[in-house]
Design a binder for this molecule. Sequence first.
Ligand code: CDP
Length: 787
Amino acid sequence: MTTQARDEIKIGGLGASRKRVEDNRFIRGKGNYVDDIVLPGMLHMEILRSPLAHARIVSIDTSKAWAIPGVRLVLTGEMMATRNLAWMPTLSYDTQAVLATDKVRFQGQEVACVIADDPYIAKDACEAIVVEYEALPVIVNPTQALADGAPLIRDDKENQHDNVVFDWEVGDRDGTERAFAQADLVSKLELHYPRSHPSPMECCGSIADFDRSTSKLTVYMTTQAPHIIRAAVALVAELPEHMIRIVSPDLGGGFGNKVPVYPGYVMSILASILLERPVKWIEDKTGNLISTGFARDIYLKGELALRKDGKILGVRMHTDSDHGAFFSDAQPSKFKIGLMHSAFSCYDIPSAHLTARGVYTNKAPGGVAYRCSFRVTEAMYFQERMVQAAADDLGMDQAEFRRRNFVRDDDFPHRTPFGFLTDSGQYGKCLQVGLEAIGYEDFLKQKEEAKSRGRLLGIGISTMTEPLGAGNSREYDILGIKMFDSAELRVHMTGKAILRTGAKTQGQGHETTWAQIVAHELGIPADDIVVEEGDTDTAPFGMGTYASRSTPVAGAAVAMVSRKVRAKARKLAAHLLEVSEEDIEWELGRFYVRSSPETGVSIQDCAYAAYSNMPDGMEPGLENVAYYDPPNLTWPFACYIATVEVDPQTGVWDVLRFVAVDDCGVRINPMVVEGQIMGGLTEAYAMASMQFITFDAQGNCIGSNYMDYLLPTAWETPGWELHEVVTPCPHHPIGAKGIGECATVGGPAAFVNAVLDAIKDTGVRNIDMPLLPDRVYEAITQRHDVS
Ligand code: CDP
């Protein structure tokens, strides 16, 4: 380690495993979540939800609710409609009912709400509302949605004559057809990535506080993207933007669940405006699980055109995605199925073609990016499952098959089969590190030996690069707002500083890591920098935190604003040292005279001078703001390898070992990065082994509580063995790539591939997640695929 690097670690700069400063308040119970906020005169809101998945509303009788003492307001769709608020736009150019007027379209849909003196009165009053429904036929999957004569779910939309949300294609259809015509072998696979829920520990909620005397609306709410919400409120409620303040305080996780705009937020705002009192809405766990942004629920048909020697010549994919009753996921406007077409980006494949169809069903709005960059999780799962199936079809070792098709280290920037430009990577090296760590060759021998004694061992590999950091303004926008991000840095007179960004941490540790970037750029100790996010009155405009975009975009803005501040500090240093700027050199935290290195001034001296001794004509102060429009997405790479043992008598499988090799470029805080990987792998294990939400034929949600919706605890979670490779991102100011999602995205396929490898002799090609023991047992005993 160089002296400079050692000095930097001392001040908590890049590469320091600095303890998370936010944990100081969290572990003392001093976090400040929405539900902790109590405002004078605050009222409480509860939502009445539909018990039916598809039904016409015949009548709603709220008289008994109004009669309960302490009830201040009962809102129905009809009342919302008089203010033109019964429907709201979604982040995907669709509309969503705030409160149902005509019919309900999924179980759990918002039908009415009550505002009362306390939450218990509000809940009782909700139960006193009488709703008469006329049940309609229910659609719970794309096959039913697309069937001839299927009932029309979105009959509220003028030009909607079927249940199709979109029909989209990308890639080179003709080129791909030619590739398939030349193939020695075509490998096919059909899969379902089941519906799941991000399930953050804290549910959604808001406190709207409209002050008539100032006309200012303040909303404290659980949002990962406060500025997008402010823009949406300004546009939908037609309130002036400068009179809206959105505050996202501490969040107990988000994972994509806290990106969309939910009806509860809108109703609490309207209620506060009508009652001129603060109105709090805190969702309960069942409300969160049945009605807010679901993820995945997508069917894939995939084909790989293969040459005998293992070369992949082309890819063909078709997806049918179930979006529920309203198309409300946030994703870049241009891409209907998110970044599904980032599939196969780490492989050198000449041509690819994807067709994607989205459908409405009688399920809660789905498709949010659960800890993933807009469908990247599904893309990488399909990719790695197809890669394993293809290697098996060719009779080729799965590691060797990957190696043969990887993009080579000297082939960057590389144009992917669907047209993305990947920036850098050492894919072969990552795989090699992983294979060595797991002891690949030894395991294969062990596996054969175990087989002779009736034991089923398997090894699964998942390798992938994913696009993180949406996006660049040429290609990425949400509702027309370009996806840049921002940072504002103010260095005080004593050299201490405050940094604000347009991102919003939900537990990822931005308060810790952003300060480390400033420390790296300016030499100010990280402990001297406070980081603030989430208040639209103070933070610069940014697009928020999801899709692992914070480090690639807001993190880059932090570096850029620090550099702007350093440029001014250099002028101040020249003034203090009485030399010209050109004669000055910079080292961590200090400017010095080139010809006399011992003569210098610290960054703190410059800060003091900015307020007390600036040169004539210079504007006082030491602060700046940077908006960063990234030139490209960052492309981290990961290699995950699982070994498992499957019990043929029960279908139960245990993880023997799990090796993760992540390359996220320069690591700002290695400890935080490892925490992100471990958390992500735990979610991947959850998807592979237990976590899914189903619906019965009537559209009843199975999985509306934690007895049915299973999340792994520390008890079930395997141990993770972590390794790293570092390929700096060539276009990011500090060489960092995103990491928050890699493990959730790439992890599931490693487990599933391992289980299928263990039972390969049965000829079973696929078991859909989660790999519950009964499914595995059925596959082993009946020797057929299980979905
Ligand atoms: O957007 P989000 O914060 O969820 O994801 P991210 O940008 O991948 O960052 C997750 C956390 O890991 C943040 O605290 C980052 O600063 C940190 N990180 C890091 O220390 N080094 C990297 N190369 C990437 C992320």
